[in-house]
Ligand binder design. Structure first.
Ligand code: HEC
Length: 217
């Protein structure tokens, strides 16, 4: 008994298992609480007071969103700028903006965008990642999509494309007409705009290269 190795001692393993399980549980609880706090959605007050939340409130659709390099973090981050009109308005209330996002979320689920696209890391890579589609310069004033759709704003160009994707084939792969109505398209574009404002730690990593996914530029 005196020379018995600690490695063959049952109690040693029992105690180790207890400690490891205990430590891992505490770590997981702490990580869960930390993550919940980090991803809790902000509100209109935060936006008005310039408090930058990882997931801004729905009324972020009233603001201009750009994507800028953050040297310290080593990747691009969404930056919420000045007020910007969205379908002619920049004064959506929390309820109105929330209702638009809700409509977009329902549309996204009903039409199963994730069958082909990736949204916040979930979905497929048959078609461009949609997480930052709103800030894809292809939709901007100099981008190909405004000219192609004959629209003067980003949101109108995107809504037009979503309703008739088969009329604007720009890619080897064409997005099929999913029967999206004008109302649904507005919700979907709000959903895409809000999603682009979420700080995803620079995900998707290759967004810089994918910018202009629509027309390869
Ligand atoms: C059957 C596959 C499929 C489904 C389902 C689908 N898409 Fe697409 N989508 C595509 C393809 C392919 C392209 C690239 C088309 C092109 O560039 O001409 C595309 C392009 C896009 C673009 C332009 C991408 C960019 O980077 O700017 C947007 C925005 C978009 N889709 C939104 C949606 C939304 C929202 C849904 C769900 C309501 C959806 N798509 C459902 C296949 C699909």
């Amino acid at each position: 008994m005196a020379n018995k190795s600690v490695w063959s001692d049952n109690r040693f393993w029992q105690r180790s298992a207890t400690w490891v399980t205990g430590f891992a549980s505490i770590l997981l609880i702490w990580l869960t609480l930390d993550t919940s706090a980090q991803i809790s959605m902000g509100n209109d007050e935060d936006l008005k007071n310039g408090v930058q939340k990882r997931v801004p409130g729905p009324t972020v659709i009233n603001y201009k969103i750009t994507y800028e390099m953050d040297a310290k973090r080593g990747h691009e981050v969404p930056v919420i700028g000045e007020k910007e009109k969205f379908f002619g308005r920049d004064d959506y209330s929390e309820e109105e903006a929330g209702a638009l996002l809700h409509l977009g979320k329902l549309g996204e689920q009903a039409k199963n965008c994730m069958d082909c696209h990736t949204i916040l890391g979930n979905g497929a890579y048959y078609a461009p990642d949609l997480t930052k589609a709103w800030i894809d310069p292809a939709w901007g004033p100099e981008g190909a999509m405004q000219a192609l759709t004959g629209k003067n704003t980003k949101e109108e160009a995107m809504a037009e494309f979503l309703q008739h994707p088969d009329q604007y084939p720009t890619h080897a792969r064409m997005m099929p007409d999913l029967g999206i109505t004008a109302k649904e398209a507005k919700g979907l574009v709000a959903f895409l705009k809000h999603m682009s404002s979420i700080d995803t730690n620079g995900f998707p990593r290759n967004f810089g290269k994918m910018q202009g996914a629509v027309n390869g530029k």
